[in-house]
Design a protein around this ligand. Sequence first.
Ligand code: ING
Length: 308
Amino acid sequence: MREIVIGGAQMGPIQKADSRAAVVGRMIALLDQAKDAGCDLVVFPELALTTFFPRWYMADQAEVDRWFETQMPNADTQPLFDRARAHDIAISFGFAEKTPEGRYFNTSILTDRTGNIVGKYRKVHLPGHSEFDTERAFQHLEKRYFEPGDLGFPVWHNMDAVMGMCICNDRRWPEVYRVMGLQGVELIMLGYNTPSVNSQMGSEGLEQRLYHSDLSMTSGAYQNSAWVVGVAKAGDEDGHPLMGGSIIVDPNGFVVARAQTEGDELITHACDMDLCNFGKTTIFDFARHRRVEHYTRITSQTGVEVPD
Ligand code: ING
């Protein structure tokens, strides 16, 4: 049995005016809770250090840059890495990354239990738009502030398991899970910031959005026989509600832990990585069952092409 006790550290709202130090303090409090709960690994949300700033239209790049980190760890986040190391807990969290070359990504990192960064992922599927959209109830400018990720969907050996990451909207695309599944992934960690309402369809309720989030992650887990941990940043950020719904999903697609609030809330589960083995060696033994000669559209075609 290869058991990893995993914590999903859902975070409540981060206001535009909140400092990174204050946010890191909340993350450390969740880490302390996780230590008391016996966690070995803790997953934090997407863009965990700041408010979900892509909701704000900014024309001035200097204003945009304020939301980005140019180093990781850095002065603001070093206390988090130090506490994780002291607790012997591996962590994963998302942040806005500005590279030394001046490129901008929606990024997440994974550490080992000694606080060393062992993996980095950059969000590939950027939802929303790049210019101010007057038709929307609120803006979602990820295509304005970030480039699509350039690292693909790698996996890493960490804590005697094969681990991968994705971020938020990525969880809605089955290709994401399958590319990691084809690398033998056993645990997929993801954070998300999902508005509670649809900026283009006010009638879409929270129940449907929570269902689609569950559906995406439980399907990805089952169809690749892997654990999936999805962790929200939730609550009202400067008048803009984000949904909660953080979950831990087992390799059979069952939700084994679920957040109940829209605040800072730790969910935990003892995840046996060997539970992945049966699915990977029977119904989802890719080598035995997949027929790639019929899948070429998936990588050769971007949009829909209806035959005559
Ligand atoms: N947020 C949302 C997400 O994919 C979204 C955007 C919401 C797209 C609902 C489609 C439907 O969860 C981020 N940050 O990707």
